[in-house]
Design a binder for this molecule. Structure first.
Ligand SMILES: [Mn+2]
Length: 482
């Protein structure tokens, strides 16, 4: 006998969760949910949001405004999971045509599962920690999700990996929370993340991963929701569905409209062309990650550049409000855009001058030493490597290695992969040979990166170049008719 079909004087017995509390003049207005429906209760007692109770009482009031008059209310933590499960099953999901096609239909079940879980979490006032990658894709995704979730605790993650150190910090954040849900956007599934996720899970978190980085083996099994294009495709195209875009589809499945404004700071003048709606956020995510799954305008690319710039300089602890604020302040926005553009121009020029051809061919290999460049922070190393790659990507089969003290970033064009070159294979070979110099490394055939122990970058780079030399195609074989 739950909270459905109420009527004056009706007896109620239910297992429920206190999902919100509002202080009235001399009592508190509580909202209770049994996973199917909600009901109000006025009380002078203190009940904690998120606690589960076994409750009995009678319904008071009329004209559709029913209030529960409790007679017995007993704490019953064991009921929480059942109420949550019911709320997830009963959550409404909207069936929308996806903004992008391709493999998206295959992901629909996962998009809807994420939507159900987030809607139910919101309804139950569940504790959520939202982690997002420090770039336009990650920020756009988080901004899309808070339209559904409201003001949850959010942390920027300044790495694409989810390290053990991150897990330690997060476990500390969630340790007193009931049934905490950790949502990780645009990071955390790649190589060398599993150990961290394992600790996070052992620390009591339910994990929802929304990411498009090639996942490390075993990561999916640690998550209750694994929304990754790699779950339904083995092809490199999986990477072209940015996490921020996936979040926008989740928000739409939760019932948010394309043009819905963010929950934060509604009464503000916005920059460029108005509000950051879901479609706009999806495009910012695509522009930031250079994905071609949606048509993009110059304005989309500008916004992505501004967010990328801000996210590079944002310290850990900076929250989402910061981005929303800057995007809405015309002067701040154009000033950041100006700076970011100027920096990109300078970087392009510098990168061109610094590129060195290490191997002539058949697959040409270039290196760029970022430590010799004037800009150190923005753009980040991965994006710098992409810049360098763009300068030579049309010149036949090429590999570009961005190098700095402590890391190497790989970019290969399709021609290079067709000739048998493969970034993650090279990384595996290097790990096998000099594993003690490597902190972490992985990715996929065309884009990958290595983190190297301080002081060993030179040695590791030499080994990478040797491996690339050894995997050069044999011209003669290539010429033989098949
Ligand atoms: Mn991304």
């Amino acid at each position: 006998m739950g909270f459905r079909n109420l009527g004056e004087g009706k007896r109620i017995e239910a297992e429920c969760v206190v999902s919100s509390a509002k202080r009235g003049r001399d009592y508190t207005v509580y909202t209770l949910t049994d996973g199917e429906a909600e009901m109000e209760m006025h009380s002078r007692e203190f009940y904690r949001i998120g606690d589960a109770y076994s409750i009995s009482g009678t319904v008071e009031g009329g004209h559709g405004l029913f209030v529960l008059k409790p007679e017995k209310m007993e704490k019953k933590p064991a009921s929480y999971a059942a109420v949550l499960k019911k709320a997830e099953e009963n959550a409404q999901v909207r069936h929308e045509k996806f903004l992008a096609d391709g493999l998206m239909e295959k992901l629909r079940g996962r998009v809807e599962l994420a939507a159900r879980k987030l809607s139910a979490a919101r309804k139950l006032g569940r504790f959520i920690l939202l982690k997002f990658h420090n770039d336009a894709d990650g920020v756009a995704g988080a901004l899309a999700l808070i339209k559904v979730l409201g003001n949850v605790q959010s942390h920027q993650q300044n790495s694409a990996l989810y390290r053990v150190a991150d897990a330690m910090r997060d476990v500390n954040v969630i340790r007193y929370e009931r049934s905490p849900l950790v949502v990780i956007v645009d990071c955390g599934s790649g190589e060398d993340s599993r150990e961290g996720l394992q600790i996070l899970k052992a620390g009591g978190a339910e994990i929802m991963l929304i990411d498009h980085h090639p996942p490390e083996k075993g990561v999916e099994g640690l998550c209750s929701t694994f929304l990754s294009p790699w779950a339904v495709s083995e092809e490199e195209e999986a990477s072209t569905y940015p996490a921020g875009y996936l979040c926008c589809e989740v928000a739409r499945a939760c019932g948010k409209d394309l043009a819905d404004a963010p929950l934060l700071g509604e009464k503000r003048e916005r920059g460029a062309d108005g509000k950051l709606g879901l479609e706009e956020l999806a495009k910012i995510a695509c522009a930031g990650d250079k994905s071609g799954i949606m048509p993009l305008s110059d304005a989309d690319r500008e916004k992505a550049l501004v967010i990328d710039y801000m996210a590079t300089y944002a310290e850990f602890g900076n929250r989402l409000e910061f981005y929303e604020h800057a995007m809405g302040e015309k002067e701040l926005y154009s000033s950041i855009l100006f700076q970011a553009r100027e920096r990109m121009e300078r970087v392009k020029e510098e990168v061109g001058k610094m590129m060195k051809k290490r191997i002539e061919g058949p697959v040409a290999v270039y290196t760029v030493d970022f430590d010799k460049m004037s800009s150190r922070e923005f753009p980040g190393k991965g994006k710098l490597t992409t810049r360098a790659f763009e300068l030579v990507m049309h010149e036949g089969p090429v590999v570009v290695l961005g190098v700095w003290e402590g890391g190497i970033s790989f970019r290969l064009n399709e021609d290079a992969v067709l000739r048998g070159m493969n970034a993650s294979a090279v990384i595996e070979a290097v790990k096998a040979k000099m594993g003690s110099f490597i902190e972490s490394g992985g990715g996929h055939g065309r884009a990958a990166s290595l983190r190297i122990k301080r002081g060993y970058t030179k040695e590791v780079l030499e080994e990478v170049v040797n491996q690339l030399q050894a995997s050069q195609p044999q011209e003669k074989q290539a010429l033989q008719p098949s």
